[in-house]
Write a protein that binds this ligand. Structure first.
Ligand code: KIV
Length: 268
């Protein structure tokens, strides 16, 4: 069996100071598209709950959902590095729970795992890293807890953000997502950390940028204002499906079977 060589976390770690794109992926076909487009870092985000599964938050997403989608992405993209989100509830209770959940994600294809939170999550990050699994941290707006306390507003508390960034880096995270962090704070964090920052709605100074696939492709109606649409696939899909439906109703699909010569002779 051919060995699949994937980009490792060390290669991503070494992109500090560069500019690299990351996009979310949830299934094999779009993972294939992203890889063919030259994007070699894919995030199997728990945003799957909203953009694919139809929930209005990431909270209901289960570990089994993430494993299922991670393995689909791993089958579609053979060389990209897969960062897989640890869903809400899978890592908060204890270090042992966190390691167990991270192991399940790695068995499903994750090259590294991502969890939300700052200094309070440093022990979880250290436990997972000590189990040999690379970790990406996530600071700023934390979607898993935004509705129950951490809030959806852009984060501007520079001192707290920098303290959190240094805590997660000291715990062993090899990169950090900064979601909706004040642009100057994100620039300062990027400058002061040795690991790459991956921004979403946090300005141009981050080392990498990540967007949600369905926002990029125009497949999700509630995209945030900072996202840029590069296609209108929902419109294209609706038009294609309308054309198919019209053809069936009009009798032009399937096309009439060609009548054979002998059939023509017999009945024509
Ligand atoms: O789940 C996700 O898509 C994410 C991005 C918003 C960074 O965590």
């Amino acid at each position: 069996m051919a060995v699949v060589r994937r980009l490792g976390s060390a290669a991503i770690r070494s992109r500090k100071g560069g500019r690299f794109p990351v996009v979310t992926a949830y299934d094999a076909p779009f993972a294939r598209c992203a890889e063919a487009a030259g994007i070699d870092v894919l995030l199997v985000g728990d945003s799957v709950g909203m953009v694919v599964l139809g929930y209005d938050a990431t909270v209901p997403v289960e570990l089994s959902d993430m494993c299922r989608h991670a393995s689909a992405v791993a089958r579609g993209a053979r060389h990209a590095h897969l960062i897989v989100d640890m869903p809400f509830g899978s890592y908060e209770p204890s270090d042992a729970d966190a390691v167990r959940a991270a192991v399940a994600l790695v068995k499903s294809g994750a090259g590294s795992v991502k969890l939300e939170g700052g200094a309070a999550m440093a022990p979880r990050i250290a436990a997972i890293v000590n189990a040999g699994i690379p970790v990406v941290a996530h600071l700023g707006v934390l979607p898993q807890t935004a509705a129950i306390g951490s809030g959806f507003k852009r984060k501007t508390d520079r001192a707290a953000l920098i303290a959190d960034a240094h805590a997660i880096a000291a715990a062993g995270a090899y990169a950090v997502v900064l979601e909706m962090v004040d642009e100057q704070c994100a620039a300062d964090i990027t400058e002061s950390l040795a690991i790459p920052t991956i921004g979403i709605g946090s300005g141009a100074s981050c080392d990498g940028q990540v967007l949600v696939l369905h926002d990029v492709l125009g497949l999700y109606p509630d995209a945030p204002s900072f996202a840029r649409r590069y296609a209108e696939l929902a419109t294209a899909a609706t038009e294609a499906l309308r054309a198919y439906g019209d053809d069936v109703r009009a009798g032009s699909f399937p096309p009439p079977a060609p009548r054979s010569v002998s059939a023509l002779n017999a009945h024509g």
